[in-house]
Write a protein that binds this ligand. Structure first.
Ligand SMILES: Nc1ccn([C@@H]2O[C@H](COP(=O)(O)O)[C@@H](O)[C@H]2O)c(=O)n1
Ligand SMILES: [Mg+2]
Length: 318
């Protein structure tokens, strides 16, 4: 965990919920400059969806990322519910798994079984009262993979967050590597990225890829199964991905689950890391944990505005 409650006054609103954006820091600073400086440079940080437990620290990290420059930067991101939306028109958006589950090639019986799995496993996945050790053996992938049991085709339907294209475009234009580390279905999320015309050469994906038998029936996922709580170096053995980027010591990490926080564990040398977390569901119950764990928490924010604003600031030449 990178941040804690240190530095907050007991009993202040911030001690329970973190600062809203970088608010309350408008006073001129001793030694020149104003605390609002960063908000002027990254106005998106003033959005009502932004919560930060340690604004001073976050400001320092963002400044360092900019100072270190584009050649030092890499971005590591989750996919489902991070680059894709959580909700649209009052309903849940499909994850890459759900796109497969909802496909017309899954039988009604199969759909019912998948729904039962969702109702059983998802509450465990997001339960703030269980430790990671308790959750790890209870993850739903082992059951769900076999349940698909049918050939499925991606119809490319998904809900990307607003700013999806700009996010990929900014990174591509500046040759910043983007590593997408997903416990979703790789074939499907790759197709979503491809259909948005943003599967650029700087994008790498590690995820679960489907394997079919000779009759075209999906039987299992290839390779080590990635689930929400093993997104770390243990499933990256032999890829050499982070080793190739050893000079990229500035990291922006994007996730929506507590499990996403370990995605950068394989980076050999981290000098600056900014962890941005999307808190999509059960916001009140999970806020404390997210503020302890992520540097910036975006509550019920269906956009990539804040991420794109920070990138614009970091990637703009001084
Ligand atoms: N059968 C399943 C299994 C998992 N999920 C959800 O997929 C997401 C994992 O993908 P990430 O890109 O976020 O790593 C996660 O949100 C699970 O809740 C599912 O929908 N169906
Ligand atoms: Mg996710």
């Amino acid at each position: 965990m990178v941040s804690g409650a240190a530095g907050l006054r007991a009993g202040s609103a911030a001690s329970t919920g973190g600062h809203r954006g970088l608010e309350g820091l408008g006073a001129p600073r001793a030694g020149g400059g104003t605390e609002r400086g960063l908000c002027l440079q990254v106005p998106e940080l003033e959005k009502a969806t932004v919560r930060i437990r340690q604004p001073e620290r976050v400001r320092g990290i963002i400044r360092s990322l900019r100072e270190q420059g584009v050649t030092k930067l890499q971005v590591i991101s989750d996919f489902d519910m991070t680059l894709s939306r959580f909700g649209c028109n009052g309903r849940r958006c499909p994850t890459s798994h759900n796109i497969l589950d909802n496909s017309h090639v899954i039988s009604e019986d199969g759909k019912k079984k998948l729904k039962d799995l969702l109702h059983y496993y998802y509450p465990i996945e997001i339960d703030p009262n269980r430790t990671l050790e308790e959750k790890r053996p209870l993850m739903w992938w082992a059951g769900a993979g076999a349940e698909h049991g049918n050939t499925a085709l991606c119809n490319g339907h998904s809900c990307s967050r607003d700013g999806f294209k700009e996010f990929f475009d900014q990174l591509h234009k500046n040759n910043v590597p983007l590593f997408i580390f997903s416990a979703g279905v790789g074939d499907i999320l790759e197709e979503i990225i491809r259909q948005a015309n943003v599967f650029y050469s700087n994008v790498s994906v590690v995820s679960n890829y489907m394997d079919f038998n000779d009759d075209g029936v999906l039987t299992h996922f290839k390779g080590p199964l990635i689930h929400t709580y093993n997104k770390n170096n243990s499933v990256l053995q032999g890829t050499g991905y982070f080793q190739q980027l050893s000079t990229r010591t500035s990291i922006i990490l994007l996730g929506d689950s507590i499990g996403d926080l370990t995605m950068a564990d394989g980076v050999p040398s981290v000098e600056n890391i900014l962890k941005i977390g999307f808190l999509n569901d059960k916001v009140e119950e999970r806020r404390g944990k997210y503020l302890d764990s992520y540097d910036i928490v975006l509550e019920s924010d269906e956009t990539l505005d804040v991420v794109n604003g920070i990138l614009r600031y970091i990637l703009t030449e001084t």
